[in-house]
Structure formats: C-alpha cells, structure tokens
Design a protein around this ligand. Structure first.
Ligand code: NAP
Length: 247
C-alpha cells in the first residue's frame, strides 16, 4: 500500500509509540486520525507534528467502553468517506497482585477488549483500498509461554491480543491484512523519570543493551502498512530480549 492520502487511525497517539507512529505515517503523506483519551495537550502536539508533513484530525474516546468506541466511529464516518488503516496502539500497563480480580478485568478491558472493539468497528467502515490494514500493538510480555510475576493481567491480555490477531487475519483475508508488533522495553513517557541505574535491569535484558526507541516500533508499523504480503504475524521489536530471564 502506498500510504499517500490514505486514512490511518492511530489509537493512543497523544504520546509514546502512538505519537511516533502517527508522525511516521504523516511522513508517508497519510491523513492521520490522532486519538487520545485524557491527554488533549499531547494529542494537539502530535497533530502539530503530523501537520508538518500531511494533515489530520483529533478524536477523543475511552476505548475500554464499547459504546464509546461505537460513538468514535460514528464521528469518524461523519468526517471521512473511508478508513484504510487501523493502528491499535492505545493501552496502559498496570501491575499488581495475581489475586486482584478488578485488575484482571480492567487490564483486559484496557489492553485487549479495546482492540477488539475498534477492530469490529473498523471492519464496518467503508474501504477505499484493498487490502486494508490492522496493526495491533502487543508486547514481548504477550509471548504465549511466558508469564510475568508482577503483571500477569497485562501479559495475559497481550497474549490474547496475539491470538486475536492471528484469528482475525484468517477471518478477514484477503480484504484486510492483520498483524501485531510485540515491542520490548520501549522508551516512552509511560516509564516516567528513571536514572541510568534504574534503567539498567531492563536494558541488561536486551541484546542491544538499551531501550527500543518509539521511532523503531513506528518504522515497523509503517512497514506493515506498506507491505501487502504479510498477515497473521506477530513481529517482535524488542532489541533481542532474553525473555527467559524475566521473572
Ligand atoms: N513502552 C513500552 O515499553 C511498551 C512495551 C511493550 C508494549 N507497549 C505497548 O505500546 C502501546 C503504547 O504504549 P506507550 O509506552 O507508548 O504508552 P504511553 O506513552 O503511556 O501512551 C499510551 C497511549 O494510550 C492511550 N490510552 C491508554 N488507555 C486508553 C483507553 N482506555 N482508551 C483510549 N486511549 C487509551 C493514552 O491516552 P491518554 O494519555 O490521552 O489518556 C496514550 O495515548 C501500549 O499498548 C503498550 O502496552 C509498550
């Protein structure tokens, strides 16, 4: 797919990987639908960067609620004749005890169901091109054979993202190609302030001995949008994490 003038919705593009992906799509002259939940200032900053290369528009929605997602797509359909690509990036990592049932539910809503809701609505929108694209942002923690002691809810929700990606790819091919990216530790505002000493336990786990950059994940997302021969894949962008060493 040539992204010029194609419409791309990037969920959670008020910061981090979402912002980097929105800007990378704009650099390919795509029309970018910038989405946020709370961080309006961040969404405006993203749109400013998008506007340097192409054009876009801002949309607000909490994607963990299916009614909100329906409403979001009503708005999008009003403003745009078609929607060509969906980058399912929005998500908020949370850790906590295994026994916390509320956290199981909130992480599955935030991380997993939000992506299902947007995918279902995306498939109901009109297409200007074939194949259209969905890229789900998963996580290295979603690898099916690996649990994470501090964040079992997040890891399981991302594992569900991987499974849903592969199933959806089978269901909607050849009209829509569906892939996921599984980033490793990626430096975004989500990590807050950290000293080099605090970063070391994370960077030591990666062969590249540093955090992945948001731009590096974004470049893979653009690659998946442009390449029409890849579907049903979970592409790892983690700097060579030694997953077996993570507790
Ligand atoms: N950073 C990492 O190390 C890493 C590693 C693996 C995977 N990931 C995944 O990459 C994605 C982006 O993470 P990031 O590090 O770039 O985080 P970030 O900078 O904190 O950005 C998260 C984005 O998701 C949005 N969001 C969160 N919950 C939402 C909800 N319920 N409804 C709508 N929007 C919501 C936020 O919107 P507002 O701020 O506007 O509320 C924000 O735009 C996530 O799916 C994350 O799980 C990150």
């Amino acid at each position: 797919m040539n992204l010029k003038n194609k419409t791309v919705l990037v969920t959670g593009s008020s910061s981090g990987i979402g912002r980097a992906t929105a800007v990378a799509c704009a650099q390919k002259q795509a029309v970018v639908l910038v989405h946020y939940r709370k961080n309006e200032k961040g969404a405006k900053e993203t749109l400013d960067q998008v506007n340097k290369f192409s054009s876009g528009q801002i949309f607000k929605s909490d994607l963990s609620n299916p009614d909100n997602v329906k409403q979001l797509f009503v708005q999008i359909n009003k403003e745009f004749k078609s929607l060509d690509c969906l980058i399912n990036n929005a998500g908020e990592f949370a850790s906590g005890p295994f026994e916390d049932l509320t956290l199981w539910q909130s992480q599955f809503s935030n991380i997993f169901f939000s992506q299902v809701y947007t995918a279902v609505e995306f498939l109901n929108t009109k297409a200007a091109v074939t194949p259209r694209k969905i890229v789900n942002i998963s996580s290295a923690y979603g690898s099916l054979n690996m649990g994470i002691a501090d964040a079992p809810h997040y890891a399981a929700a991302k594992a569900a993202v991987n499974s849903f990606t592969c199933t959806l790819a089978k269901k909607v091919s050849p009209d829509v190609l569906v892939n996921a990216i599984a980033p490793g530790y990626t430096w975004t505002p989500n990590w807050g302030e950290m000293t080099e000493v605090e970063k070391k336990p994370f960077t030591d786990l990666a062969k590249i001995k540093r955090f992945v950059k948001a731009d590096e994940v974004a470049a893979m997302a653009v690659q998946l949008l442009e390449n029409d021969a890849v579907t049903g894949e979970i592409i790892t962008v983690d700097g060579g994490l030694h997953l077996q060493d993570i507790l």
